[in-house]
Design a protein. Structure first.
Lengths: 293, 277
C-alpha cells in the first residue's frame, strides 16, 4: 500500500536556480519511534527552489518529517540526503520557522533580539553581535517589514507580527532550505496570506527550497509545486493536482473519499464518516484501515 | 555611624564578607535571570533545602559545612537532571527528591543536636561567620560559575526563550539544561552563605524578576539583575554591621523594595518608551 498514488517526477519550475543536486532526497526512508512506525518506505526527491507542502491529519508524522530533515530524528531504515549530504544537526543552510505559539507578555526579549539569536544563538560565549552581523539583522528585519516594531517587547506584538519576526530569524542566516512547521496555525486569514507570501516570495526571489507543513492546503495552493500527504504510515507524493484527487486520497484512506474544488479551494469529503469534512479539520478524517503495524 | 562603618571596614572579616557578597551578587544576578525565565523557583528551593542536609551531614562528620552544602545541592541537581528531563515531569521530580533530601536532613540534625547555632546559620545565613578556608572555596566556586555562565550565555538564552528553534539550530538543549542545573546548584550554595536556605529566593528570584520589569533589552536586564543583587547584598552587609539586626533581614528588605519599586515604576517607564517610539 505504501507509496500508492506516487506521481511521476514533475519538472522543476523554469525560474529555479541551476539544479546541481536535489534539495532533499528520501529513498525508502522509514521513521519509527520504538515500535510505532510514523511513515515507511518514503521515496521522494525535491529539486532546489521548489515549494513542498506537507499535508495530513494531526499526529500523522508531518513534524517528524521536519525533525528527520533537521537531523533530530534518525531514520529506522532507508536513506535521506539533505542539500547533498546526510542530515546534520545545526546545519546552517537550513532555516526553521516553528508553529506560532506566542511569547509570554513579559518575556524580556525584543524582535531584534530574536532575530539576533538566529545569527549567533548557537555559538558559545557571551559575545555581542559584530557590526556586520547587526547589519544582517537589520536587513532581515527590513525584508519582512518588521523594523517599526523591532524594539517592542516581543510578547506585546500580534501573532502575525511575531511570525514575521520568526521568518526574519529563520532567513537571517541566508539558508538554502526553509522548514516551516504549521506557521499559519492560530493566525487569521489576512496574516495567513501575508506569512505565506513572505515565505513563497523568498523562495521565488532567492531560489530557496521550502518545506511547508500545514493541515490546510488552501493557503499554499498558489505556491506549492508539489505536496506529500501522510496518513498514519502511508504517504503519497507528487504534484498537487496528482495527489489531491479522489482516486489517490481514497487509496490512501482505503475508503471512498471525494476531493472537490470549490471556488478555488480544495475540500476533501469522506463518505465513510457520513459527514462532510475539510482538510481544515483533520480530526474528522476517517481512521484508515490497517494503519498500525 | 559613618565613622563606625569606616572603622569596621578595616577588619579582615568585614572585607572578606564584602568580597564574598559582591561575588555572590554577580552569580545570583546572572543566574536569577534564567531562573525566572525558566520557571525554576521550585528547583531553587529544593537545591537549597537538600544543600542544608548536605551541610548538616558534613558537620556531623566534622567537615566543612560550605563544602557539604555545595555537595548536597550538586547531588540534587544531578538527580533532578537525570530524572526530570521533560518539563512535564520536572516539578514532581523536584518534589520527590527534595522530600527525601529533607528527610535525611532531619536524621542528621537529630544525630547532631549540640551545635544548633550552626544549623541556624545555614538556615538564615551568616556571611560574617564564614571561615577563611570556606571563603577561598566560595570565591573559587563563584569564579567557576561566572566563567561557566559566560561560556554558555548565548545558547542558554536561546534555549530558554526559544527552545524549539534552538534545538532546530543545533543547540544541545538537554545538555544546556543539565549544565544550567549545575550552575544553579553552585549559585545556591553561594547565596545561602548570605541569606541562608530559607531566604534563598530573595537573591535567586527577586533580582531577575525586578529586572524583567525594568527593560525588555536582554543585556540591560542582566545588568539590572546583577545591580539589584549587588545593592541587596552589599547594602545588607553594611547595614547589618552598624546595627544588631542580621544581614538576611536587610537583604530581603532591599530586594523587596527594589521589586515593588520596579512594579510601580514599570508603567511609567513604559509610557516613557511609548512616547519615544
Amino acid at each position: 500500500m505504501n507509496g500508492k498514488g506516487r506521481a511521476r517526477s514533475p519538472k522543476a519550475p523554469a525560474a529555479a536556480i541551476p539544479q546541481e543536486e536535489p534539495a532533499m532526497c528520501f529513498d525508502r526512508a522509514t521513521l519509527a519511534y520504538g515500535d510505532r512506525v510514523v511513515w515507511s518506505e518514503l521515496s521522494m526527491t525535491v529539486p532546489q527552489g521548489e515549494f513542498l507542502a506537507v499535508l495530513g491529519p494531526n499526529g500523522s508524522g508531518k513534524t517528524s518529517l521536519l525533525r528527520a530533515l533537521l537531523g533530530l530524528s534518525p531514520l529506522a531504515s532507508g536513506s535521506l540526503d539533505v542539500l547533498g549530504g546526510p542530515p546534520q544537526r545545526g546545519n546552517p543552510a537550513i532555516g526553521y520557522v516553528p508553529q506560532h505559539a506566542g511569547f509570554d507578555r513579559d518575556v524580556p526579549l525584543r524582535g531584534r533580539d530574536l532575530v539576533g539569536l538566529g545569527v549567533d544563538g548557537h555559538r558559545w560565549g557571551f559575545g555581542r553581535l559584530s557590526k556586520a552581523d547587526r547589519m544582517r539583522v537589520e536587513s532581515a528585519l527590513e525584508d519582512v517589514a518588521a523594523e517599526p516594531y523591532a524594539d517592542v517587547p516581543i510578547g506585546r506584538l500580534s501573532g502575525g507580527e511575531q511570525q514575521r519576526l520568526r521568518i526574519a530569524q529563520a532567513l537571517v542566516g541566508n539558508p538554502k532550505l526553509l522548514l516551516c512547521d504549521e506557521p499559519l496555525a492560530s493566525l487569521d486569514m489576512r496574516y495567513q496570506q501575508e506569512i505565506t507570501e513572505l515565505i513563497g516570495g523568498w523562495s521565488r526571489d532567492k531560489g530557496g527550497t521550502v518545506v511547508f507543513v500545514t493541515h490546510d492546503v488552501n493557503p499554499v495552493l498558489g505556491y506549492a509545486h508539489r505536496v506529500v500527504f501522510v496518513v498514519n504510515g502511508r504517504w503519497a507524493a507528487g504534484k498537487t493536482d496528482d495527489v489531491l484527487t479522489s482516486e489517490t486520497m481514497s487509496g490512501l484512506y482505503d475508503a471512498p473519499v471525494e476531493v472537490l474544488r470549490v471556488r478555488g479551494r480544495i475540500v476533501v469529503v469522506g463518505e465513510a464518516s457520513g459527514a462532510g469534512f475539510d482538510i481544515d479539520e483533520p480530526h474528522h478524517f476517517p481512521e484508515p484501515k490497517g494503519a498500525h503495524k | 555611624m559613618i565613622g563606625q562603618l569606616v572603622h569596621l571596614l578595616g577588619y579582615e572579616f568585614v572585607q572578606n564578607a564584602l568580597l564574598a557578597g559582591i561575588l555572590v551578587a554577580v552569580v545570583a544576578g546572572l543566574v536569577s535571570r534564567f531562573v525566572v525565565a525558566r520557571n525554576m523557583s521550585f528547583a531553587v528551593h529544593a537545591l537549597a533545602e537538600v544543600g542544608f542536609t548536605g551541610s548538616a551531614g558534613f558537620i556531623l562528620l566534622g567537615l566543612s559545612p560550605v563544602l557539604g552544602l555545595l555537595s548536597g545541592s550538586m547531588i540534587t541537581a544531578l538527580f533532578i537532571g537525570a530524572l526530570g528531563l521533560r518539563i512535564r515531569e520536572r516539578d514532581s521530580v523536584v518534589g520527590v527528591v527534595m522530600a527525601f533530601g529533607l528527610g535525611l536532613g532531619v536524621l542528621f540534625i537529630t544525630l547532631y543536636s549540640r551545635y544548633a547555632s550552626e544549623a541556624f546559620a545555614i538556615l538564615f545565613g551568616a556571611i560574617t561567620a564564614v571561615s577563611r578556608a570556606d571563603l577561598i572555596l566560595l570565591v573559587a566556586v563563584a569564579v567557576i560559575t561566572i566563567v561557566g555562565l559566560g561560556i554558555m550565555y548565548r545558547p542558554l538564552t536561546f534555549a530558554t526563550v526559544d527552545p524549539i528553534v534552538a534545538e532546530a539550530r543545533g543547540v544541545p538543549v538537554r545538555l544546556i539544561s543539565i549544565l544550567f542545573l549545575m550552575m544553579l546548584a553552585a549559585a545556591v550554595a553561594e547565596a545561602v552563605q548570605v541569606v541562608g536556605v530559607l531566604l534563598i529566593l530573595t537573591l535567586l528570584i527577586t533580582p531577575g524578576a525586578t529586572a524583567e520589569r525594568l527593560t525588555a533589552h536582554p543585556g540591560r536586564a542582566t545588568v539590572a539583575s546583577i545591580g539589584v543583587a549587588m545593592l541587596a547584598t552589599v547594602g545588607g552587609i553594611l547595614l547589618a554591621l552598624v546595627t544588631t539586626v542580621p544581614v538576611s533581614f536587610y537583604v530581603t528588605t532591599i530586594a523587596f523594595v527594589c521589586y515593588i519599586g520596579a512594579r510601580l515604576g514599570s508603567p511609567v517607564l513604559e509610557r516613557f518608551r511609548d512616547a519615544r517610539v
